[in-house]
Ligand binder design. Structure first.
Ligand code: GAF
Length: 390
């Protein structure tokens, strides 16, 4: 009989540290259904929490030392809370230790801890394994230190902001915050409509089985160079565009005023970046309206338009992602798009459930024809946010 994920990580904790952990917490990876590179533009996005989760077995210590272990990495960390700073520790330890640092930065009293991680969110697949790690650790620390940050949505919004600070400041990744909100604030069976201007959320029904549909993740296994640099460049271009327009962010450009706004920007490239953001926010609105009207099967063209916008205007796709989307849509998917930061990682396809196998094999064949690595294709549903498991 196979062990549950909770039992497995708890046993690994005991083998590494001796006693049993105080408990096990977990947080999910995410796919974003639509609304890409909108979060740092104060826009809208619509992620779901994945069934794939990262598990953290944790016990508090009486001193201020952190001992960090992972079943996915031979790297071990031992560090005092006082020594955590931007870039230190580096690697995955920065995401875990960064959460302790950010909790202190937010004014909470924290202590040292022993931590064993077991990550089931595919790494490097653009499915937010790092946010899942941060949020599993944050959930554990909140419970163990009685911080009460895992309660209602407003408490969870505060904890998400702390995890974003950890990622931006200690792990030094200039990301926008969607992923931590997804891991902490999504609900099963729903997409999370996140308004990144004021942090408010709405739960939008996302019931694939009611319509006989499935959502396929196609992890291309493509990892391209300079992803971090490219992400930062896109962010800088958006800031440049909003500055040229004299606006706080591109969110302030109304969709109906897009053409006039584009006329006021200098350079085709920056116009294309702004066009992606403004049209993508509008696509989120349209998709939410369709979902609320019970018209999930009709969202395919929005997914396709989103992909085209990321490929042509925001230029964050890559050949592998384009091939996956093209193969899926020509073999029965209702729509498909890359998801996440881009330059590799995963695409998603909305498919009739009885066409899943056909679409998957079409994608595999297309990759094989091109000589690409074999993609990892699997169906996902909208699942629960970060929680205590045992
Ligand atoms: C990555 C980032 F972490 C998010 O903040 C978001 O910008 C996303 O890329 C693109 O939508 O996942």
């Amino acid at each position: 009989m196979s062990l549950s994920c909770e039992t497995h990580v708890a046993q690994a904790f005991s083998e590494a540290f001796g006693p049993e952990p105080s408990g096990v917490w977990s947080a999910p990876g995410r796919v974003n259904l639509i609304g890409e590179h909108t979060d740092y533009n104060e826009g809208l996005c619509l992620p779901i929490a994945l069934p794939q989760r990262t598990y953290a077995a944790v016990a508090l210590r009486t001193d201020r030392r952190l001992r960090l272990r992972s079943l996915q990495s031979p790297t071990q960390y031992e560090i005092d809370l006082e020594d955590i700073r931007p870039g230190n520790p580096s690697g995955w330890g920065g995401y875990a230790a960064g959460v302790l640092w950010a909790l202190q930065d937010a004014g909470h009293q924290v202590r040292g801890l022993d931590l064993m991680l077991d990550g089931h969110v595919p790494l490097g697949a653009g499915l937010s394994s790092s946010a899942a790690l941060e949020c599993a650790v944050a959930a554990a620390v909140s419970d163990l230190m009685d911080l009460h940050l895992l309660g209602d949505d407003s408490a969870r919004a505060g904890l998400a902001a702390i995890c974003v600070n950890a990622e931006n400041t200690i792990a030094q990744a200039p990301t926008g915050g969607m992923d931590q909100s997804a891991a902490l604030r999504c609900q099963a069976g729903h997409g999370l409509l996140l308004d990144c201007r004021d942090g408010s959320v709405e739960q939008v029904p996302f019931d694939l089985s009611a319509d006989g549909l499935a959502l396929l993740v196609m992890d291309t296994r493509a990892e391209h160079q300079l992803v971090d640099v490219q992400y930062a460049q896109r962010r800088a271009s958006c800031e440049d565009a909003s500055q040229q327009l004299g606006l706080a962010s591109l969110r302030e450009v109304a969709f109906n005023d897009l053409d006039q706004a584009l006329d006021r920007l200098s350079g085709n490239r920056i116009r294309a970046r702004a066009r992606h953001v403004v049209t993508e926010i509008e696509r989120v609105r349209q998709m939410v309206a369709l979902l609320r009207a019970g018209r999930l099967p009709d969202v395919g063209s929005l997914l396709n338009a989103s992909h085209a916008s990321m490929r042509d205007d925001f230029e964050i796709s890559c050949t592998e992602l384009d091939v996956a989307v093209e193969a899926a849509t020509t073999h029965g998917a209702l729509g498909a798009r890359m998801t996440g930061g881009g330059f590799g990682g995963s695409a998603i396809a909305l498919v009739p459930a009885d066409s899943s196998a056909k679409v998957t094999s079409a994608v595999m064949d297309a990759f094989s024809d091109k000589g690409f690595a074999t993609p990892n294709c699997f169906a996902v549903t909208a699942e629960a946010p970060a929680r205590r498991d045992s």
